[in-house]
Design a protein around this ligand. Structure first.
Ligand code: DUC
Ligand code: ZN
Ligand code: ZN
Length: 473
């Protein structure tokens, strides 16, 4: 087994930062010691097979992105990253675990869809991966199937209050699924937007001739998100199901979440970098059809209304529990272009799995969040939230050696043209200049990124059988 010694760096955890050396044996962290400690015997810089000098750098747990959609069939097309390209891009960006969504469409058995997703991912991934299950049809059979999935390590279930005719669940269906999740102790994830009302607003906008991408945002106003979030919280309270609200973008929705949490309810808010950095005015409102690059749901919100600032604040208070990407990439060519002349035909989604760690580190640089909170929301809490702790999300003996050496003085340009590794013909963050750089990435002890080189391989990544959430209050 390969012995890897990482020395001289500052190990950052959710609870503190310290100069520490890390010893990895094979796939596992075996020791975290004071620099120069003789506890490990021989001089490891001379005897370890792989020696990494992390002087002046941060040594952090590999990122855990709890919300991705690799090659998801959606909006009349399929998300453009495969498990192979998407997980490789994740590794480039310092993410070493993703949790992707299995999709059940009406008529399918949950267990069969899980099998299909296993087939898509097996032998393809550069990093480890788990699955959540989307329930596209709540009925007796799918409700029964939930317990089988939990025993197979799929311990979270997503429902949609949006997308009527596609993934939409009625309140009655939501109630039933929450009852089942509550009984199992499983996490219920919710896309909280009032899809029935939104569909009317979309129809009216198109009829008025408001067909540009900007109107995707205005036809999904924050009231639709706040109302659905409140409804989901009330249904969850009734049933006792832990509720995780995905991709929260409206400050009013977060207010609902913060109130529920204040009342002691197991409710969690997830946001994504796009909602912290991008806006209705600047991106969705870009000239011509350009705004299509940023069509996603929930939509980017108005900066003038102050959503972005409030999201950062809630990130500090803890009411935003995790930051994921909702990585759902589509190319402009042939995919986003399907919606020229009708924004409702633009496939919804933004790719960003490669940029999350860098983008969130900018919050540290600007003083919006602490170094430790960066690690907490991007690595440790997602691991706990989704039942993978302490195997993932922490640098401590016994954990998988998923480790990132991050250079806070490095620089990363998300340039014009293709400087990223995601299978997209544009970047949602084009032009962003990042203070910081992902230097080295280890996935279960193997160096997969080393100073600008990809050393990983498809099939190295393994399925993570998850436990129930370890983050309940
Ligand atoms: N929102 C998106 O933008 N894409 C995928 C599904 C979703 O809910
Ligand atoms: Zn969603
Ligand atoms: Zn999603």
């Amino acid at each position: 087994m390969t012995l890897t010694f990482i020395h001289g760096g500052t190990v950052v955890s959710a609870t503190g930062s310290q100069l520490l050396d890390v010893l990895v044996d094979g796939e596992t962290i075996v020791a975290v010691v004071q620099p120069g400690s003789t506890a490990l015997g021989a001089d490891l810089t001379a005897t370890a097979e792989v020696v990494i000098d992390a002087t002046g750098k941060y040594v952090i747990p590999g990122g855990v992105d709890g919300h991705t959609h690799m090659q998801m069939p959606f909006g009349g097309t399929e998300a453009s990253d495969t498990f192979e390209t998407g997980t490789r891009a994740a590794a480039w960006g310092g993410t070493t675990t993703i949790v992707d969504f299995v999709v059940q469409t009406p008529g399918e058995r949950l267990q069969d869809t899980l099998g299909a997703w296993h087939q898509k991912a097996a032998g393809k991934c550069a990093i480890d991966y788990g699955f959540h299950q989307i329930i596209g049809e709540v009925n007796d059979e799918s409700l029964k199937g939930m317990s089988e999935l939990v025993s197979e390590g799929v311990t979270s279930f997503k429902l949609f209050m949006a997308y009527p005719g596609v993934f939409y669940s009625t309140d009655g269906q939501i109630l039933r699924a929450m009852q089942s999740a509550g009984d199992l102790g499983a996490l219920l994830m919710m896309h909280a937007e009032n899809g029935i009302a939104i569909d009317v607003l979309v129809e009216q906008a198109i009829a008025r001739g408001d067909t540009a991408p900007y109107f995707h945002g205005t036809s999904r106003p924050w009231q639709m998100e706040e109302e659905a979030t409140h409804r989901a919280i009330m249904l969850a309270q009734l049933t006792g199901a832990p509720l995780y609200v995905v991709h929260v973008s409206a400050k009013q929705a977060l207010e609902q979440i913060a109130t529920a949490r204040g009342n002691g309810q197991n409710v969690f808010g997830e946001t994504c970098p796009q909602y912290l950095y991008l806006s209705l005015e600047e991106q969705l409102g870009a000239p011509g059809f350009e705004g299509a690059k940023w069509v996603c749901s929930t939509p980017l919100r108005s900066r003038a209304e102050g959503h972005q600032d409030e999201l950062w604040r809630y990130l500090r208070t803890g009411d935003v529990t995790t930051v994921s990407t909702d990585h759902c990439p589509f190319c402009m060519k042939d995919q986003k272009e399907m919606g020229i002349g009708d924004f409702s035909k633009i496939p919804n989604g933004i790719g960003g799995v490669e940029h999350r760690m860098d983008l969130m580190f900018q919050g540290v640089k600007s003083g919006k969040i602490s170094l430790e909170r960066w690690v907490e929301v991007c690595c440790t809490t997602p691991a706990r939230m989704f039942g993978m702790y302490p195997r993932k999300g922490v640098i401590s003996p016994g954990a998988d050696a998923d480790i990132v050496i991050y250079d806070p003085n490095g620089h990363t340009s998300i340039g014009l043209g293709k400087t990223h590794h995601m299978n997209m013909d544009y970047s949602a963050y084009e032009g962003f200049e990042i203070d910081g750089h992902v230097d080295t990435v280890l996935s279960r002890g193997r160096v997969v990124i080393d100073d600008g080189n990809y050393l990983g391989s498809a099939g190295h990544g393994r399925f993570v059988k998850r436990e129930l959430s370890q983050n309940l209050i």
